[in-house]
Design a protein around this ligand. Structure first.
Ligand code: GDP
Ligand code: MN
Length: 382
């Protein structure tokens, strides 16, 4: 789950990272009020969960409250990479002397949380990563010891932090690290971290991405979720207790168990098809959950066929079969469905599916082949 800049800043501030917090506004008038309370020049910033807001015109300076209102009017409603801006952050403007990039990421290849730092911070960091990777430091943290003093110094020297700011830099890096581990994040990023004309170190932008699997440990962070920017299908899946990840193919998969879902996707690919999603309906799937899963799958207009693969253990096959038949009658869109149910009460399940005229399959290979044929509209397949 990605957190908006103002939320990420809230968390960093709590961990002692110096920044100019500002106020959230949703109308031009509120932005004006915020600017008046702040006093002096402000920066008006679109709060959307996509990068490159600056380049897209979503970050603007304003010298007066009236100008802040005007800038807010320009930014609200703006479309940034497909997301409409509804919320703004109005913060005191900083006079930037130098911009740095500083982040912690969970680097799966390095099997370690890794510090990423560059003295070429700002809006061109992706370009820097491509053209001059040597300008970027990657420092993996020892998983048992974490951030050590020499690590802080190494990053500070690499960035060329001025001597008088090294202590402040240490608290920024420590604060960022504490925020990362304290929230179970996958990413905690400050870009840019700046030195101002008056020699202050400040985090001007912040981005925290949380590990969804750790969210149950952080109810206060769950409350920071921005439903405005979540795929409706993902919201529906989460609320129904279904693990769902949208993909780009045409074959919707409804499976119980994450391992079986992965296997099913592999076999769809082996049969020459492309899965439209990963979907684990979970244990003991009842009719309403099956129906929710179908709606989520069919919400994707690319889906041309659905492959249902259920292994009945605790989950009873006949109950799932009933669920499928019931759910199918409530669906708005019809696509061919191939169903494989094995395990507990498989025979009863097969009978129910046969009576409902659903395509069934004995083996998983067979099911995948039938689904691929159905999705490509092969004659006689549906
Ligand atoms: P992003 O484009 O989504 O990463 O948004 P940022 O918050 O990083 O803003 C983009 C750029 O706008 C920064 O790299 C700065 O150069 C500039 N910017 C942001 N805040 C301020 C500010 O307070 N003062 C000045 N002068 N520039 C700012
Ligand atoms: Mn930024």
């Amino acid at each position: 789950m990605k957190l908006q800049e103002y939320r990420s800043k809230e968390i960093l501030a709590r961990h002692g990272v110096p920044l100019l917090a500002g106020e959230v506004a949703t109308t031009p008038e509120e932005a004006r009020g915020a600017a008046a309370r702040i006093g002096g020049p402000v920066v008006v910033k679109a709060q959307v969960l996509v990068g490159g807001r600056g380049k897209a015109g979503g970050v603007k300076l304003a010298a007066t409250p009236a100008e802040a209102e005007q800038r807010a009017r320009e930014i609200l409603g703006l479309d940034i990479k497909g997301v409409t801006v509804r919320t703004l952050l109005v913060a005191p403007a900083a006079d930037i002397a130098k911009e740095y990039y500083l982040a912690l990421i969970l680097d799966r290849a390095a099997k370690a949380v890794t510090i990423i730092a560059s003295a070429e911070g700002g809006v061109e960091i992706e370009e820097t990563a491509r053209t001059s990777p040597e300008a970027i430091l990657r420092l993996p943290l020892d998983p048992l010891i974490g951030l050590q003093e020499f690590g802080v110094r190494r990053v500070g020297f690499f960035l060329g932090i001025p001597a008088e700011l090294r202590r402040d830099f240490a608290s920024v890096l420590r604060g960022l690290t504490d925020a990362f581990f304290g929230t179970d994040a996958d990413l905690a990023e400050i870009n840019p971290l700046v030195v101002t004309q008056t020699g202050e170190l400040l985090a001007l932008d912040a981005k925290i991405v949380l590990d969804d699997s750790a969210l149950p440990r952080h109810p206060e962070l769950e409350a920071m979720r921005d439903l405005n920017e979540e795929e409706p299908a993902e919201t529906a899946a989460r609320e129904a207790g279904i693990s769902f990840i949208k993909l780009d193919g045409t074959i919707g998969c409804m499976v119980n168990g994450a391992g079986l879902a992965m296997t099913t996707m592999d076999l769809v690919k082996l049969a020459g098809g492309e899965p439209a999603n990963f979907l684990d309906i979970g244990g003991g799937a009842k009719a309403d959950r099956v129906a929710a899963a179908f709606r989520i799958i069919l919400d994707d207009p690319n889906v041309r066929a659905i492959l249902v693969n259920i292994f009945g253990g605790i989950t009873r096959g006949d109950e799932v079969a009933h669920g499928i038949v019931e759910a199918r009658s409530t669906l708005e869109r019809e696509v061919p469905m191939v169903v494989r149910i094995v395990g507990t009460n498989a025979a009863q399940a097969a009978e129910i599916l046969r009576q409902a005229n659903l395509i069934t399959a004995e083996s998983l290979d067979d099911a995948a082949a039938k689904a691929v044929a159905a999705a490509s509209g092969a004659p006689g397949s549906a």
